[in-house]
Ligand binder design. Sequence first.
Ligand SMILES: NC(=O)c1ccc[n+]([C@@H]2O[C@H](COP(=O)([O-])OP(=O)(O)OC[C@H]3O[C@@H](n4cnc5c(N)ncnc54)[C@H](O)[C@@H]3O)[C@@H](O)[C@H]2O)c1
Length: 259
Amino acid sequence: MGILEKMRLSGKTAFVTGGARGIGKSVAIAFAEAGANVVIADLDLLEAEKTAQALATTNGVKSIAVKTDVTDPESVNLLIETVKKEFGQLDIAFCNAGICINVPAEEMSYAQWAKVININLTGVFLTAQAAGKLMIEQGTGGSIINTASMSAHIVNVPQPQCAYNASKAGVIQLTKSLAIEWAKHNVRVNSLSPGYIGTELTLNSPDLQPLIKEWNAMAPMGRMGKPEELQSICVYLAGDTSSFTTGSDFIVDGAFTCF
Ligand SMILES: NC(=O)c1ccc[n+]([C@@H]2O[C@H](COP(=O)([O-])OP(=O)(O)OC[C@H]3O[C@@H](n4cnc5c(N)ncnc54)[C@H](O)[C@@H]3O)[C@@H](O)[C@H]2O)c1
């Protein structure tokens, strides 16, 4: 069997949080193109349903949407129960939902801080925990990919975003902790740290959109990344050819953090 054949995800089932749009949607498309069944788990059910329908129609896989709030343990539990009922098994979890709030630290309210930490860090914990627990019960192993950010490694400028940066640094250390605890179960846990990527989060944010020119001037490649440029690394991490890869963070940022 050739390497591309070995990288296929046929017969596997994945869930993707924040999969309705942006990076999550792009990676969900890649999982489906590689042959996986995909559950789109997102707060935005309408958009999630559109994405799931498109995946199923284009790739001949089974894809459904489940309204999920990653900060709510009951909602995450319902996601897992739906996966069990509809697919019988979970092999891949992309814990990706996240938000950014740009406020100077001295002005940040407790509610703003808590919202970012709850979605970006606690949400990744709850979804990865639920996925890992199921994979351990199944005895099948599995692959969990958590979305961190280059903001886990550097402090972005000029915009203030201390809660976001702290949450993403937390995702990397959480990922390593889970990788160690679950290595004996063959449940692998890695994180992805994208640089600036053109999605709703950046292109349509009134705070961030005006800064794109400035970021591009700082970027060695002179541009932001596209969501599609994160697809192949996630297919690699999701599949069996990455069987010795766990506890690692993958920076995909066009060398933004190299200097
Ligand atoms: N865009 C970038 O430049 C960039 C860079 C590095 C890391 N990231 C990270 O990548 C991830 C995806 O970002 P994106 O740019 O695609 O964002 P996006 O805003 O385009 O999409 C985020 C998705 O998450 C969903 N979501 C938000 N809160 C949720 C919740 N509580 N439960 C379930 N779903 C929820 C939204 O409905 C949306 O569909 C985030 O974790 C983000 O921090 C983005």
